[in-house]
Design a protein around this ligand. Structure first.
Ligand code: FAD
Length: 434
């Protein structure tokens, strides 16, 4: 007879690993199913790891997880074709005993996280794809079917941690198909360099790291951003835009990445590097309004499958781990009380999420995706160009007096966008940001 599982987790990314680990650690009999060869083999991230979310699951993770560099400097750039204007924040306070953010390589990190899942007692099946959910006559989910055997595997609850595509949930009618205006396609490369070169180029010591987030004409008028993160002996660089914008444009993701790499502000940072990996992946960026139904009779959705990404702050893996942990705690609580995994009881998951930064942040920014997408020509073209021109006018010493320069800058904004347009953009931005 097949073993009786208390819960099945579909997927072994950060959300699935968090869910499976917490349930197994609390004594539940957990089965985790991952289609990849190992945890991390199918997963793509920049990648910044936010310590707080993992600390709440594995407090001692710093002693054993494969971490690259702890982030001491954040650069935010707005770019035109030849320049960038930056806000940089660097602090020695980030050289703390327990650093707050790290760069990681997902293939290694997920592998480690999943080894902890197995150590906690969960059974993990790799190279196995869940093909559909199994339901009883009332419609309650009671197990899954995989591509391995015809027999369904049964459990009172299934945690869907299957990532952005969420095909199992879609096929089972639990959620709608992804919409091209709520999902970004991102591409990423790894550039290898000796660690001393990275440290000299970015003014770093030891395991200190720098991250750059960039927006502007690099996305050729499409809604999107670029990034560059320092790892121990490599640099991760990538760029992504909303899928609908690619459909309407002649640009390709790889073309954008090539242009970004060749930007005069980026090229010297990568000089002499050896490219070893190329990856493409979707990112759910629809925000609060795109969140699907999160629970039902016998099922819960966590991580990217639930659209839990804060695109404004480039956070995803921490939302994935937090939603995975809270889903697991909900299942543990119901199992201990011997209560049914009904929609009414599993609703506690969504209620608890409301109390966390996950829902609070996504709700706060609910208007941002539409604002940026609707105003992409201004936000990813006009304003970055104007800011760059203004900076150049201001910093170039050419015999023109400062008052005339100020007037020229004001005129350039007025002519490009008009007072009305600028007031409208500011008003909409402030309203969406609140
Ligand atoms: P995933 O990591 O996608 O895991 C889902 C897993 O489910 C996969 O392993 C998949 O193989 C498996 N699976 C899917 N379907 C099935 C099936 N039917 N049967 C069995 N297994 C299945 N977030 C950050 O916090 N910081 C960053 O710096 C950052 N940068 C990013 C850069 C890029 C280019 C991208 C694409 C994303 C980035 N993110 C970042 C977002 C982050 O990667 C995701 O939010 C996070 O990986 C979501 O975790 P997850 O476990 O929900 O999904």
């Amino acid at each position: 007879a097949s073993p009786r599982f208390d819960a099945i987790v579909v997927g072994a990314g950060p959300s699935g690993n968090a869910a499976a680990y917490v349930m197994a650690r609390e004594g539940l009999n957990v089965l985790q199913i991952e289609r990849g060869e190992y945890s991390g083999s199918k997963n793509v991230q920049g990648a910044i790891l936010y310590a707080d979310a993992l600390e709440k699951i594995i407090p001692e993770f710093r002693d054993e997880a494969p971490l690259e560099r702890h982030v001491i400097e954040q650069r935010i750039w707005t770019m035109d074709d030849r320049s960038h204007t930056g806000v940089h924040y660097r602090s020695d306070d980030f050289n703390e005993e327990k650093p707050n953010r790290y760069t990681i390589l997902r293939a290694q990190f997920d592998k480690w996280f999943n080894s902890r899942v197995r150590d906690a007692g969960a059974t993990v099946l790799f190279e196995t794809t869940v093909t559909e959910l199994v339901r009883d006559l009332s419609g309650k989910v009671i197990g899954v079917r995989t591509d391995r055997s015809g027999n369904p595997i049964m459990a009172p609850v299934v945690v869907l941690a299957e990532g952005v595509n969420g095909l199992v949930g879609q096929r089972s009618g639990l959620r709608e198909e992804l919409k091209p205006d709520t999902v970004a396609l991102a591409v990423k490369e790894m550039h290898f360099l000796p660690r001393e070169v990275i440290e000299a180029r970015f003014n770093l010591q030891g395991n200190e790291g720098v991250v750059i987030e960039a927006m502007g004409t690099i996305t050729k008028g499409m809604t999107g951003t670029g990034f560059l993160y320092t790892n121990e002996e490599s640099i991760s660089i990538g760029i992504g835009c909303i899928v609908e914008d690619f459909v309407d444009s002649a640009e390709t993701p790889y073309g954008l990445l090539e242009a970004f790499k060749n930007h005069p502000s980026i090229k010297p940072l990568l000089a002499g590097s050896e490219i070893k990996e190329y990856a493409a992946h979707l990112i759910p960026e629809g925000g609060y309004r795109a969140i699907p139904q999160l629970y039902g009779d016998g099922w819960l959705v966590v991580g990217d499958a639930g659209q839990f990404v804060n695109a404004v702050h480039r956070e995803g893996s921490n939302l994935a781990m937090t939603t995975g942990r809270i889903a697991a705690e909900t299942v543990v609580m119901l199992t201990r009380k011997r209560e049914a995994m009904s929609a009414a009881n599993l609703a506690a998951f969504a209620r608890r999420l409301e109390e966390t930064f996950v829902m609070k942040d996504l709700r706060k920014y609910k208007g941002i995706p539409n604002l940026l997408h609707g105003g992409k020509a201004q936000f990813f073209g006009t304003y970055p160009r104007l800011i760059s021109q203004a900076m150049q006018t201001w910093f170039r010493v050419d015999g023109v007096d400062k008052k005339t320069k100020e007037n020229a800058i004001a005129r350039s904004f007025r002519e490009a966008r008009g007072w009305r347009g600028m007031i409208g953009d500011t008003f909409r931005l402030v309203r969406a940001w609140r």
